[in-house]
Design a binder for this molecule. Sequence first.
Ligand SMILES: *[C@@H]1O[C@H](CO)[C@@H](O)[C@H](O)[C@H]1NC(C)=O
Ligand SMILES: *[C@@H]1O[C@H](CO)[C@@H](O)[C@H](O)[C@H]1NC(C)=O
Ligand SMILES: *[C@@H]1O[C@H](CO)[C@@H](O)[C@H](O)[C@H]1NC(C)=O
Ligand SMILES: *[C@@H]1O[C@H](CO)[C@@H](O)[C@H](O)[C@H]1NC(C)=O
Ligand SMILES: *[C@@H]1O[C@H](CO)[C@@H](O)[C@H](O)[C@H]1NC(C)=O
Length: 381
Amino acid sequence: MLVHLVEGAIGELSTSSPSIFVFGASMVDGGQNAAAMPLRSRADFDPYGIDYFVKPAGRWSNGRTFMDLITEGLGYGLISPFLQSIGANFTHGVNFASSGSTASNTTASGDSSSGLFCLLVQVDQFREFQAAVMSSQHGFKAEKNMRQQFSESIYFFETGHNDYLRADVYSDGFDLNTTVLATISAMRTAFQTMYSAGARTLIVMNLTPLGCTPAILSVTTSMSMDLDENGCNAYWMEITDTHNACLNGLLEELRADYPEAEWLLFDANSLFLDGYVNPSKYGIEYPFQACCGAGGPYNYNANVDCGAEGKTINGTYVAWTKCEDPKLHLIWDITHPVESFSYYVAKGVLNGTYLTPSLSLMERVESLKSAKEERGGLAFS
Ligand SMILES: *[C@@H]1O[C@H](CO)[C@@H](O)[C@H](O)[C@H]1NC(C)=O
Ligand SMILES: *[C@@H]1O[C@H](CO)[C@@H](O)[C@H](O)[C@H]1NC(C)=O
Ligand SMILES: *[C@@H]1O[C@H](CO)[C@@H](O)[C@H](O)[C@H]1NC(C)=O
Ligand SMILES: *[C@@H]1O[C@H](CO)[C@@H](O)[C@H](O)[C@H]1NC(C)=O
Ligand SMILES: *[C@@H]1O[C@H](CO)[C@@H](O)[C@H](O)[C@H]1NC(C)=O
């Protein structure tokens, strides 16, 4: 059935340049949750998207996400979310990322606005897309060409944040190692499945310093938790660092087990931490304060989200406000970066500075494009 639904769109998957397939959660969601459940995602309301799209675009940002900026940097424009049924354009790839989703199977489906599709469900969505594309190829040569297209494509993963944000990390019974192992194990399964499906260039983003985000800092005071030397929540930095160390181990393991693939780490943690610790390098004045939120020292109030209706709380009316100049902030809301900081994040991937092993995505895509052109040329000679 899917083949009929998306025949037009899948027929467009271009073989003249490597495609990009995106998996993960809200930092890179390109409208998947908003398409699946219109007007339930918080990012589907004013003031989301206001500074670029001028209206909400299903993205947790005042404008574009760093994934939008990466695909634009590659000359691909914006990549449609898998579930977009109106006007989707899959010429250069598909975005499967779903806000609120976890790597573990804990958010496979849901009745709320977030966490609709956990990582393994996204991987299954990819496989459905791939099967539909393959079945639309006619003849051995076309099929071979398309298989090569999938093996030369770029696969990007931003996953894991919500496995901790949604866990009961403050309860006495919480065991960090157990949660880290479950999260990493789900990621391993997803990556192995993608490898089996033909993925050979996989870029895996690590966790950003959650302890420095307005959402976490605002509970730090109320729960009298410790701050570290950078003014970030020490316990949450330990959570982040423990996950990231284990992720490095996973990538080492995958490099050894599957040497035919490139397993790249995108060290977003270092980039974001540099933003929090050296804000002036990025033109930022308020690194710890959200641009959009409902007040308090970090402009974050868990009772009234950015974009939500105001509420009377203990006799006081609380409403969100949007800062005057988002560029002076690192965070737009909760944990998500503003568009201006996202430029630096995108650049760190495009120029390769923050990828290990180092790889300029920009140069890779350019050289694959030329190689494809030459091959295409040969076929006609
Ligand atoms: C889809 O996007 C590509 C690249 O941005 C563009 O060249 C193409 O015209 C678009 N297709 C449709 C049907 O809009
Ligand atoms: C997660 O989902 C996958 C795919 O549906 C399934 O094979 C696996 O058993 C599930 N894992 C857990 C822990 O439920
Ligand atoms: C968690 O794992 C680390 C690293 O393997 C280990 O040093 C630590 O003792 C473990 N903590 C618990 C509570 O098991
Ligand atoms: C309202 O005030 C009471 C008493 O000070 C406090 O316990 C409660 O947490 C407050 N409610 C909210 C939503 O802040
Ligand atoms: C690459 O990107 C990073 C992150 O934005 C930036 O700090 C660095 O200056 C860039 N390097 C070059 C050579 O453009």
